[in-house]
Design a protein around this ligand. Structure first.
Ligand SMILES: [Zn+2]
Length: 550
């Protein structure tokens, strides 16, 4: 993701003082300061950060607080000979760092007399001019430009038009690459995705409140009283402008970071970062340090928009209301995978697999799951009624677990925007042909028959597999299989052809999923955990969404 721009360009500092950091981001430690009006050679650029060379060291500054000028042509240095020496400095007295063979190329960073400076394995190296060729790769004009989203929920569209389909939404503060422009529209790329956004909503500088690196030193900010410390428990934790999930992300901190907090409000801590910035972090993603436990009140936070609040603890009970991602509720009790919560002066229930609590990773809040548009998905919980399916080593019935998985998957796909139809919602017998017929009648965009496997002759057999009957469904099968394995890390039994009635007699895209072996004692225990059910349904949903968006 780095866009290396060759040196001989300089960065002129626009603010006083400006922090220099060890890496390209606000979360990297401060390694120095530079001052307004000073100029430094640019080593390279990455995202919205510029690496500059100071006397003896290098460091990163925010691009939006400097002016980069000069020759920003990207050039590559290609060796004309084998075993060309790469030295640590411009002269034969410097150490040899490595060699370049004929035809190998590295990015040019600069030059000095007879020597050319190259980017060698993320460090600098020097090679002699006589043995190389230099080729310009791209001019600054065609360089992809990075910009930052200025508004919340910026629509990304398939084409440069207001009537084009919205394929994603971006958060304020997100960095995108501008590939090209057309009228008032910009063609952008981000996270391997591509689309069009209205150009007026993206800019080179971050939105005002993200502009935190000006570092007003002698500011007369009142001294706030320290209340204790918390330690970050998740790989990346967003620091927000306010104590709500919807508020702006102003910084990020990493797992293990210890933060000083100033106050505690509902499910949030107001923390002070090393750079003096204050912001809010979710209390379920940090652990409080040596301070005595204060509030024993339990909270949950919803992970999805339009989450159903129900009358009782089950998906078959009435919906009493809906709430959105980031909404928080006080927990009254927690039983059988349902939270009883305080809801509109009374009580409501919400399924625990779609909320975050103190143990849940915020990464679950994947917006990408909100990516369907009323596609019809038929979910078939295998077996039912007198057909119990496989009987596990401990007399556990397959039909029970397939229903549970089907219900979770249904809830997840509905939240993603699909129209979900379940072939059965209770412990009911259904013929194989009626299952396939339901798919055909509904004109399903996808049909998934869920099963758990058994091979008692060899209890060590394990893993997840996907079956397709019609060749047209092979890609679908591979996509879902890949996503399930990624999500669960169970043994990969691959996507393969299988002659099963429910997929053979299906005129719609149809798969039969075998989600683990109940005959394997260890795997039988795993697949029944909430954690596995969470992961497997997440994986299936991801695969289906990916397939339907192809
Ligand atoms: Zn089965």
């Amino acid at each position: 993701m780095s866009s290396d721009i060759a040196a001989e360009s300089t960065a002129e500092i626009k603010v006083d003082p400006l922090n220099v950091r060890s890496g390209p981001g606000l979360s990297h430690e401060q390694v120095g300061q530079v001052h307004k009006g000073e100029s430094y050679p640019v080593v390279k650029q990455q995202g919205n950060w510029v690496q500059i060379r100071m006397d003896s060291k290098k460091g990163w500054v925010a691009k939006w607080l400097v002016d980069v000028t000069g020759n920003v042509t990207k050039a590559e240095v290609t060796s004309d000979v084998d075993r060309l020496r790469i030295r640590s400095g411009p002269g034969t007295s410097h150490d040899i760092l490595g060699h370049m063979n004929k035809g190998t190329s590295y990015l040019k960073l600069g030059e000095q007399e007879e020597w050319v400076r190259i980017d060698f394995k993320n460090d600098e190296g020097w090679v002699h001019k006589d043995y190389i060729s230099v080729t310009a790769v791209a001019s600054s004009a065609s360089q992809t430009e990075e910009k930052i989203v200025q508004v919340e929920n910026l629509n990304v569209r398939e084409n440069p038009s207001l009537s084009a389909e919205v394929i994603d939404q971006l958060d304020k503060g997100v960095t995108v690459k501008v590939i090209s422009e057309k009228g008032n529209w910009s063609n952008i790329s981000y996270n391997d995705q591509e689309g069009w956004v209205a150009s007026k909503f993206i800019d080179e500088s971050p939105p005002d409140s993200l502009n935190e690196d000006k570092n007003e030193t002698d500011s007369s900010e009142p001294v706030q009283q320290t209340k204790g410390t918390v330690t970050v428990q998740t790989p990346i934790l967003n620091v927000r402008s306010e104590g709500t999930l919807g508020s702006q992300v102003i910084n990020q901190v990493n797992q293990g970071d210890e933060l000083t907090f100033l106050q505690e409000k509902e499910a949030w801590y107001q923390v002070k970062l090393d750079n003096g910035q204050t912001g809010w972090v979710a209390n379920w993603l940090v652990e409080k340090g040596d301070v005595s436990e204060s509030s024993s009140k339990k909270w949950i936070t919803l992970l999805y928009n339009a989450t159903n609040i129900r009358k009782g603890p089950g998906t078959d009970t009435a919906i009493v209301g809906r709430a959105n991602m980031g909404d928080q509720f006080t927990v009254k009790s927690h039983n059988n995978q349902w939270y009883e919560i305080e809801y509109e002066n009374g009580t409501g229930y919400v399924a625990d697999w779609i909320v975050a609590n103190s143990q849940t990773d915020i990464q679950q809040m994947s917006k990408k799951e909100e990516a369907l548009n009323n596609e019809v998905i038929v979910i078939d919980a295998g077996h039912g009624g007198r057909d119990v399916g496989t009987i596990g080593h401990d007399n556990f019935y397959e039909k029970k677990l397939t229903l549970k998985t089907a219900q979770r998957l249904a809830e997840r796909l509905r939240l993603a925007g699909a129209k979900v139809v379940l072939t059965r919602t209770g412990d009911k017998y259904l013929s194989l042909s009626s299952r396939a017929t339901m798919s055909n009648m509904k004109g399903a965009d996808a049909f998934l028959s869920l099963h758990y496997n058994s091979f008692p002759q060899s209890p060590s057999v394990s893993g997840i597999g996907t079956y397709y009957y019609h060749k047209r469904d092979r890609d679908f099968a591979q996509t879902v299989q890949r996503a399930m394995i990624q999500s669960t890390a169970l043994h990969n039994r691959e996507a393969r052809y299988g002659d099963y009635h429910v997929i053979r007699e299906n005129s719609q895209p149809a798969l039969l999923l075998e989600l683990g072996f109940l005959s394997n004692p260890q795997e039988a225990a795993t697949v029944r955990t909430k954690d596995f059910q969470e992961k497997i349904t997440k994986g299936i949903a991801k695969g289906v969404i990916e397939y339907l968006n192809k």
